[in-house]
Design a protein around this ligand. Structure first.
Ligand code: GLA
Length: 637
């Protein structure tokens, strides 16, 4: 592994650009980089929702294992609102059914470790209020988008489903949805924006995190007509064409799940789940999880099927072939060039049938490993093709991959790293997922050669690194501190346009606090992050754990250097506006004069004068006293 250990660079404070790169194709709020997962009240309770029932659902999302399986958004659908706004014009909860109000409910949901979703409408009234003919409720947000977005934010809302009913006269649908997008951006809170306008339109990816591609899902396998309410299989047919629009910047939404609502058979339910997984569709359960059967649980919480849905590449699978009601679908997993795919063998006919997938049709040659994700069984190695018997309306969901040559990086496993020294991220002893949700890559879909939950990927210039990191993944290293002392650490990281966070513990004690890292531009653009404070370490063996608190970042290595703090703070007590400081190199050579009233301004000023990261000494006469300080100047991009 190549790693620059020039002291100036290792010790320099890295100032990463705060300007996030905007993705030109999609909404760039950086949320739901894998399809959102959660539960929504509509399919099972419709307008009949109340506080106690929702709190109970929150409890059960935790106790049933739904939360751990990844279902983290608890979304209230239509009719949480009162039929009038409050005296100031704010939306308010129905006082009878939600007497404690939405803030309290949001707190309850958050205390369970879940996220809070709510429903709104771009017109005058929500769909229920419109359909039930309740006059003048103003439950829609037309004209009050900013006010309502702020109200949602004040309640701790994390997700807004925004419906399409009762448009204001003369209004424009796209504009209405854009207005709420902009209002949410100004609300001061990260809120997933779910467009519910019953059909795809080209402006949607730049407007929402997800967008409904169809009318409402009905509780049925197939609907006879092509009306607004559609069966599972009708929705599959409609949603397929939009596959190119799906990516980690936004998702096609073929509507919420009907699994566990008493109509679909177990085979049909497995098909529903398989197809939503293959189509990278939001997995929003819509059943009464209080009374769900073991079969329903097994379908909703099949970890390997969820992993197909949550795959971090975010590719929506396509139909490869269809004949005699027998279909083959394929979804690329891991990376665009990987040889790992999910394959669905879907039998739409009314009797059991054999379906054969020819590997050439999905771009694979040679020996192919096949795993059956519902059967939870490795089927072995096959060449040319694989055949399965598929029940009527059922789906066999496979994960297939070319048997890869296993490359073990140098000194992997149980390596003891010396401190001071550099820890190569991929040489962790143990790694894994802190929680099972968002476990998209638990089988290492990147460039697998470890099977313990954390992906290692290779790269031409930097060798190996840990990538595809998701929240709560962690890595552990045995370290040997050769001499007690104070240490500085620098991590070499890259990430796309967003910010990630991680922290480190030594022998289970937090030594860094949460380190927020801002996007470095591209995944190949590595920058160094240095701790703001030094860490006292005792000599001897320790266990260092790195936990990723927020996705996504690549970690190349972490260097520990011994020595005194390299960042001297605070400077504020010596800095006065327009104070002229003399600037010296560390060797004492006078460089020039710089100005600034705080340490950031001084750094900027030095940067302009010098254009070089590193340590500098600044000196100034303050109240007749010569003050001398060392200051770090980092990178700026
Ligand atoms: C519309 C939406 C549904 C649901 C209802 C609520 O029909 O498409 O998903 O939210 O409104 O009234």
């Amino acid at each position: 592994m190549k790693y620059m250990t020039s002291n100036a660079i290792v010790r320099s404070l890295t100032i990463l650009s705060t300007s996030l790169l905007c993705n030109v194709f999609g909404l760039s709020n950086g949320l739901v980089k894998t399809p959102p997962m959660g539960w929504n009240s509509w399919n099972v309770f419709h307008e009949n929702i109340n506080e106690n029932q929702i709190k109970e659902i929150a409890d059960i999302m935790v106790t049933s294992g739904m939360k751990d399986a990844g279902y983290i958004y608890l979304n209230l659908d239509d009719n949480w609102m009162a039929t009038s706004r409050d005296a100031s014009g704010n939306l308010r909860a129905d006082p009878t059914r939600f007497p404690s109000g939405m803030k309290a409910l949001g707190d309850y949901i958050h205390n369970k470790g879940l996220k809070f979703g709510i429903y709104g409408d771009r017109g005058n009234r929500t769909c229920y209020h419109y359909n039930a003919n309740i006059a003048n409720t103003k439950s829609g947000s037309h004209g009050t988008e900013e006010r309502d977005a702020k109200t949602f934010a004040s309640w701790g809302v994390d997700y807004l489903k925004y419906d399409n009913c009762d448009p204001a006269s003369g209004s424009n649908q796209q504009k209405d949805y854009e207005n709420m997008r902009d209002a949410l951006a100004k609300s001061g809170r990260d809120i997933v924006y779910s467009i519910c306008a019953w059909g795809y339109q080209s402006w949607m990816p730049a407007t929402g995190n997800l967008w409904r591609t169809t009318g409402d899902i009905s509780n049925s396998w197939e609907t006879a007509t092509n009306g607004f309410f559609k069966g599972v299989i009708n929705i599959v047919d409609l949603n397929e064409q939009y596959a190119p629009n799906a990516s980690p910047t936004g998702w096609n939404d073929p509507d919420m799940l009907q699994i566990g609502n008493g109509v679909l058979s177990a085979d049909e339910s497995r098909s529903h789940m398989s197809m939503w997984a293959i189509m990278a569709a939001p997995l929003i359960a819509g059943n009464n999880i209080k009374t769900m059967t073991q079969t329903t649980k097994d379908i909703l919480m099949n970890k390997e099927v969820i992993a197909v849905n949550q795959d971090s590449l975010g590719s929506q699978g396509r139909r490869i072939s269809a004949a005699n009601n027998l279909e083959i679908w394929s979804k690329q997993l891991g990376s665009k060039t990987s040889s790992t795919k999910a394959v669905a063998l879907l039998n739409r006919s009314t009797s059991t049938a054999s379906i054969t997938v020819k590997f050439a049709d999905i771009g694979l040659t040679g020996e192919v490993l096949v795993r059956d994700l519902w059967g939870k069984a490795d089927k072995g190695k096959f060449t040319t093709s694989y055949t399965a018997s598929v029940p009527a309306h059922g789906t066999v969901l496979l994960k297939v991959s070319i048997a890869e040559v296993v490359t073990v990086p140098q000194a992997a496993y149980a390596d003891i790293f010396a401190i001071p020294g550099t820890i190569e991220a991929e040489n962790y002893d143990v790694g894994g997922e802190g929680v099972s949700y968002h476990d998209a890559d638990y089988v290492n879909s990147g460039n697998m050669y470890r099977t313990d939950g954390v992906d290692i990927t290779g790269d031409l210039t930097l060798g190996y690194k840990v990538g595809w990191t998701v929240a709560d993944e962690w890595l552990e290293y045995s370290v040997n501190v050769t001499s007690a002392g104070t240490y500085t650490w620098t991590a070499k990281v890259s990430m796309g346009g967003d910010s990630a966070a991680f922290h480190m513990t030594l022998d289970s004690v937090d030594i860094t606090g949460r380190i927020q890292v801002v996007g470095t531009g591209t995944w190949d653009d590595y920058k160094e992050v240095t701790g703001a404070t030094t860490i006292p370490l005792t000599a001897g063996k320790h266990v260092l754990r790195v936990t990723f608190d927020r996705p996504y970042m690549n970690l190349d290595c972490i260097a520990f250097t011994s020595g005194a703090p390299t960042r001297i703070a605070p400077l504020a007590n010596i800095a006065k506006r327009n104070t002229a400081y003399k600037l010296y190199s560390l060797q004492g050579q006078m460089i020039g004069t710089v100005n600034g009233s705080n340490d950031q301004e001084l750094r900027n000023s030095i940067w302009k004068a010098q254009q070089k990261p590193g340590l500098y000494i600044i000196k100034s006469l303050v109240r007749s006293q010569m003050i001398s300080r060392t200051i770090c100047v980092g990178f700026s991009n």
